[in-house]
Design a protein around this ligand. Sequence first.
Ligand SMILES: *[C@@H]1O[C@H](CO)[C@@H](O)[C@H](O)[C@H]1NC(C)=O
Ligand SMILES: *[C@@H]1O[C@H](CO)[C@@H](O)[C@H](O)[C@H]1NC(C)=O
Ligand SMILES: *[C@@H]1O[C@H](CO)[C@@H](O)[C@H](O)[C@H]1NC(C)=O
Ligand SMILES: *[C@@H]1O[C@H](CO)[C@@H](O)[C@H](O)[C@H]1NC(C)=O
Length: 467
Amino acid sequence: MEKFYLLVALLALGGSCLGDEVNENDTDSGVYSYTTNFFTVPLDHFSFARRETFKIRYLVNDTYWDKKNNGPIFLYTGNEGSVEAFAENTGFMWDIAEEFGAALVFAEHRFYGQSSPPDTLKYKLENSKIRIMGYLTVTQTLADFAKLITAFKEENGAENSPVIAFGGSYGGVLTAWLRMKYPHVVAGGIASSAPFYLGNVPCETYDASLASIFGQNGNGNCVNVIRKSWSYLNHLGKTSKGRKWLTKAWRMCDPIEKDLPANPVKAFCSELQDTDPTNEKQVMRDMFQAINIYMNNSGYATCFDYSDDSMYSTSYSSNDDTAFNYQSCTELIDPECDDGVHDFFEPQTWDFAEFAQQCYDTYHVKPDASRVNLFFGGKDIIAASNIVFSNGLLDPWYAYGVLGNLSDSLIAVIIREGAHHLDLRAANEADPPSVVTARNLEKTMIKQWISQYHENQVKIQNVFAQF
Ligand SMILES: *[C@@H]1O[C@H](CO)[C@@H](O)[C@H](O)[C@H]1NC(C)=O
Ligand SMILES: *[C@@H]1O[C@H](CO)[C@@H](O)[C@H](O)[C@H]1NC(C)=O
Ligand SMILES: *[C@@H]1O[C@H](CO)[C@@H](O)[C@H](O)[C@H]1NC(C)=O
Ligand SMILES: *[C@@H]1O[C@H](CO)[C@@H](O)[C@H](O)[C@H]1NC(C)=O
């Protein structure tokens, strides 16, 4: 149930990040057209011990590509879900493709969507006591993207076209890492709402950020009422009479979720403005009204099934869920805890040993957060270049983001009125000025990276002309 509240809060803020990307039916599905292709990748890029391969999916639209003049390739570095959803929710790339004469390529993350190794390969490895999930790592994924886009350039005779990467959320982290690891493949990257410092900040960070957003954008009473609701929930849950009351008051059972109000936190909190935090039933009734804004926006819901996972991960298949849980149990560890003071949850400590045991019981793996820090630098990415990190202050994930400029080419963009990767979405009349400014800065940076790329190509050629 606690998870449910968190989910409501996340929905309110325009979708979560890790573990909850986009809702297929909440988008302009079908607005964009592209061709669907598959690319063969090695199961293991990093040793000669395995020779198996499988296919990852990628989507292409080259209608606006000015290939003759070395027009750029915009590459979306897919995250935890089906790639169509990311293509459809990254309107910014489509909006600027014509102006840049750019090709659009959306690459699917290995083990998600239609980019999983076939079962035959899985069984073959299992016969040798090898778990195929072991090949689901960020380093393998980045190598897939680098190999795919290099082959794409070759196939198209576009060796001199610069590649610009884009990604939102976990996809934004991948964009930044791709530029850091493969600067010769990717000229620059827009990492939007990337929880880049995941695992490198205190465990209270996320929930404190959530509560602070509700405090600042809602009203003074809102955070108090939500915080109080936990003990009431526990209390009501203890007796059959209490449970009966709650079942009725919260109309428990199919959620329908459509467009959210323009300022969802405000709308949510407005239901809690006059609630007396000491009045148990009032708190719980008003919480329902607040939640109802999201759950019954269509006005067609008859009752709500709070335990139904599909309501916050509608574009997910169970394979995608498994893959993401696996990643959360190996490299992408998100320690979360609550003190009940800076957040609006009940106090809860982060117990790494217990978490590690659960991971071991489920997937036979031991979490190791130090790996990505070793591979990518953790807090110290100062040697990297050409990355824009954008973050919206209405998105609790911003607290994990790069929020300050690290150099002339590691740029932080703060979008005051921005929810989760709003800058990557298609331009919209309702866009706040801060997101318009952010997109313009991103375009300026992309133009710089492109001309820098062409200048660098000339330098490289001049060096080789000596031989
Ligand atoms: C590429 O996208 C543009 C703009 O959405 C569209 O007009 C065009 O038909 C698309 N091209 C292909 C090959 O799908
Ligand atoms: C959903 O909204 C409609 C219209 O306001 C209302 O009639 C219906 O009872 C609501 N459903 C629930 C479960 O509250
Ligand atoms: C999305 O809409 C389609 C068509 O209306 C429907 O078949 C599908 O079940 C919906 N998916 C979700 C996740 O609601
Ligand atoms: C970083 O630098 C850019 C470009 O100079 C500037 O627009 C932006 O506001 C800076 N970001 C922060 C967080 O100060």
